[in-house]
Design a binder for this molecule. Structure first.
Ligand SMILES: O=C(O)CCC(=O)C(=O)O
Ligand SMILES: [Fe+2]
Length: 368
């Protein structure tokens, strides 16, 4: 199912020769893709190894924001439109360009993302500002994550390439053997300092299909009964990067950083909003530390079902090629919804890129 069409020897930014696997077919793109966004198609540097991520001090920009957000949500901006997608999660904004935000506005945005889980910006020029400015924007919110195995944009390994087309079905994975393509996760939650804000933008979208769904992990926590909240507080769960790395190696991909496991608190406290969130996800959470196997399996199954099936704490966003979504992985889980068919005209491509910022070592939840 993987589609690595060719491997080339190329020079990297330091002038060293690396082997680059090109995970798309030029012939498929020559007619349909403007050359500008062809530069964002998926490749794999199959040479460069990355050391383990180092711990670092994280300073959440949301902590610098005026909670009233007078700079971001300026009433005098007549074209500004702010809509809550659902009561518990998601806000949509139009009339503001991410590429033009001041630092004060970015701080307020970080806080808004933490409060609302995901903020979706419409009619953006972000995809056109180029990789350097895109990375600079992401870096404002935290250190950029380099994915341990994923495809990336040529010369910009921090830009995680999202692509499904006739010439590359890899992201659809093993979905044919599953009843559903949905898979809720918090991005790379196995990292010791897992992500805060992720930014995703698409540059090519199917006419219909390929939405993304988010679930509020603060609402998911709130909904639990008091006895279950008390039981989960203070417990930790194992999040593992091993299955992802093993699958990548089996599929012939380069593992650029060795996999890690982390034992994160199941109830996590956001450092700025102080809200408690359920921090387990079906994508990467493997077991609850200290419980017997059957106990851990049963409780994780209950929590995963709650996260995945509670539509009343979820939001779903339809993309176009000028939309950018930013979410806080500490308080949400999300899923791609791969309901389109690349064999059908109009549904044949979905392309974009993700910028992921690392945040704090998750705080132990506090007893009241
Ligand atoms: O493609 C999407 O809608 C989401 C992809 C995703 O979950 C990710 O890259 O982290
Ligand atoms: Fe994700």
């Amino acid at each position: 199912m993987a589609t690595i069409t060719q491997t080339q020897d190329v020079a990297n930014a330091d002038g060293q020769t690396i082997k680059l696997a090109v995970a798309y077919d030029d012939n498929v793109h020559s007619q349909v893709c403007t050359s500008k966004y062809a530069a964002y198609l998926p490749v794999y540097d199959t040479t460069t190894k990355y050391p383990p991520t180092e711990l670092f001090d994280f300073d959440d920009r949301g902590g610098y924001a005026d909670p009233a957000k007078p700079n971001l949500l300026q009433m005098e901006n007549g074209s500004l439109k702010v809509t809550r997608l659902t009561p518990r999660v998601g806000t949509e904004i139009s009339g503001l360009q991410l590429s033009q935000l001041s630092d004060a506005q970015k701080d307020e945005l970080a806080l808004l993302i933490a409060e609302r889980g995901v903020v979706v910006f419409r009619d953006q020029d972000f995809k056109g500002i180029g990789p350097e400015k895109q990375k600079e924007f992401g870096q404002y919110f935290g250190r950029l994550h380099v994915h341990p195995v994923g495809a990336h944009v040529k010369d910009h390994i921090e830009l995680h390439s999202i692509y499904v087309g006739k010439d590359n079905l890899y992201r659809l994975g093993r979905s044919n053997s599953k009843l559903t393509t949905t898979g809720y996760h918090s991005d790379v939650s196995y990292e010791h300092q897992p992500p805060g804000i992720t930014l995703l933008t698409l540059v090519q979208v199917p006419e219909t299909g390929g939405d993304t769904g988010w679930t509020s992990q603060t609402a998911a926590y709130d909904r639990l009964s008091e006895p279950l909240k008390v039981f989960l507080e203070g417990l930790r769960a194992e999040h593992s990067g091993f299955p992802q790395a093993e699958r990548a190696a089996k599929d012939g991909h380069h593992v650029r950083r060795d996999p890690v496991k982390s034992y994160h608190p199941i109830v996590r406290v956001h450092p700025v909003t102080k809200q408690k969130a359920l921090f387990v996800n079906p994508g990467f959470t493997k077991r609850i530390v200290g419980l017997k196997d059957e106990e851990s399996d049963a409780i994780l199954k209950l929590l995963f079902k709650h996260i995945s099936q509670s539509q009343d704490i979820q939001a779903r966003v339809k993309w176009d090629d000028r939309t950018v979504a930013l979410w806080d992985n500490r308080v949400t889980a999300h899923t791609a919804i791969s309901d389109y068919d690349v064999a059908d005209d109009g549904e044949d491509f979905r392309q974009g890129f993700r910028i992921t910022t690392l945040a704090e070592v998750p705080f132990e939840s506090e007893w009241e």
